[in-house]
Write a protein that binds this ligand. Structure first.
Ligand code: PMP
Length: 419
């Protein structure tokens, strides 16, 4: 079938940049790797690997305590990463950036520290039906601890848009609204600024899960108008084990600590402790210094490529994949048909078990993910136990989508035993 989409530029940024990612050059089971599991984690450019190696070889020391040269270098690198992350999110102040292990820990930090101080029995927490377990289970735990109740904004059909018609009623009397920017299962892009504005007008604190948007598009916490935003370095070309929580200064200052330990205190007696100001109040213990160095290198790399160009490439490949996949008879494709969408396509093929599909695709070098993608309640709502998900980064190409489609055709023939 002839593609309806305009031809891509003769060389895309993907072609120009793939060579920066050593992992992409390998063959899997004798085939060139097609890595379509970027929503789970992205590959890392050499700049990130080099920065971390150089840190360990030349600057390794603990932070915030050394009077020696290596300690000062490590502290400068760690705090420099905080400045870079603040710029990446357009945060008003560097003190509003807390380093965590990732999105999951960022969300748990808010649920634990903010939640403990603010919620009482009967208070409502509003979520959406499309949340990743990371943005659901911490609120369930909080609700159990405090007696608060959870309410959910419904998801409409397979296209997966939020049904905002009843939002005013859901927000009435609520204390907090937490939602994902981009769904990792559907690719839906939620209207962040609108949701935050409506919550703010009702005096409700907002938490944005930006795990799937950070590194895919420019992010601006001021334009979004959110109170908190969580993201992971490893989904934005950085290392695992480092993430960011942005929090509005007044809220962070008023919150109790998340964990206790070294680094987060100003004075300790046997009876009690005085805490540092944010961000250090929320960073107990030796942090992931090399992770922060790697994250900084990743954000610098993404900045050099340009987030608008990255976004455009991901949009192009995703739209192309959606169109090519629609050629399969009976296929059920989830997520928005038109307009902005995250860089992924989730599908169910009639008569084909998702796990068989992924296993056979891997035998031909194609890495995709199958399952409920940590959104089990959403899958219950959609009435499917599992979907097969191809998720893209800016180093993926239309040619790789073509290979994926060829592999799928072959796999379906094998599984159905028919031509
Ligand atoms: N939220 C969303 C939307 C995600 O896609 C993910 C990762 N799949 C997470 C939260 C959790 O991120 P992490 O595992 O890096 O903490």
């Amino acid at each position: 079938m002839q593609s309806r989409l305009a031809s891509p530029p003769t060389t895309s940024i993907a072609d120009a940049l793939r060579g920066d990612f050593p992992a992409l050059a390998q063959r899997i089971n004798g085939h060139p790797l097609v890595y379509f599991d970027n929503a789970a984690t992205t590959q890392k450019p050499r700049a990130v690997l080099d920065a971390m190696r150089r840190h360990y070889e030349e600057d390794n020391a603990n932070v915030h305590r050394g009077v020696h040269t290596l300690g000062n270098r490590a502290t400068a690198a760690y705090e420099g990463a905080r400045d870079r992350a603040a710029a990446f999110l357009n945060a008003p102040a560097r003190e509003e950036i807390i380093f965590t292990r990732g999105t999951t820990e960022s969300l748990n930090l808010v649920a634990t520290a903010w939640g403990a101080a603010h919620l009482k029995p009967g208070d409502a927490i509003v979520l959406t039906e499309m949340e990743h377990h990371s943005n659901l289970v911490p609120w369930q735990l909080l609700a159990r601890r405090t007696g608060a109740v959870l309410r959910f904004i419904p998801v409409l059909g397979d296209e997966g848009r939020l049904d905002l018609t009843g939002l005013d009623a859901l927000l009435r009397g609520a204390r907090l609204l937490a939602f994902t920017h981009i769904s990792n299962a559907l690719g839906t892009v939620n209207p962040v600024a609108e949701l935050c504005e409506r919550a703010r007008a009702a005096g409700i604190v907002t938490v944005v899960d930006a795990a799937q948007s950070a590194g895919h598009m420019p992010l601006d916490v001021r334009a979004m108008g959110c109170d908190f935003l969580a993201c992971s370095g490893h989904k934005a070309c950085g290392p695992t084990g480092i993430g960011v929580l942005y929090g509005r200064r007044e809220l962070l200052e008023a919150m109790p600590p998340y964990q206790g330990g070294g680094e987060m205190i100003t004075r300790v007696t046997f009876e009690g402790a005085e805490y540092q100001a944010p961000p250090h109040k929320f960073e107990a213990g030796t942090p992931n210094i090399a992770g922060a160095v790697g994250l900084r290198a990743a954000l610098d790399y993404l900045g050099q490529v340009g987030l608008p160009a990255i976004h455009a490439q991901i949009q192009d490949v995703t739209a192309y994949a959606r169109e090519r996949l629609s050629e399969f008879r009976g296929i059920r494709i989830f997520g928005p048909r038109e307009g902005a969408r995250g860089g992924l396509v989730s599908v169910v093929l009639p008569g084909v078990h998702a796990l068989d599909l992924a296993t056979l695709a891997d035998q031909q070098g194609v890495a995709i993910r199958v399952g409920h993608h940590c959104t089990q309640p959403l899958h219950d709502r959609l009435g499917v136990p599992a979907t097969a998900r191809a998720s893209f980064s800016f180093y993926n190409t239309r040619a790789e989508v073509d290979r994926f489609v060829t592999v799928l055709e072959r796999v379906i023939r094998m599984l159905k035993g028919s031509p």
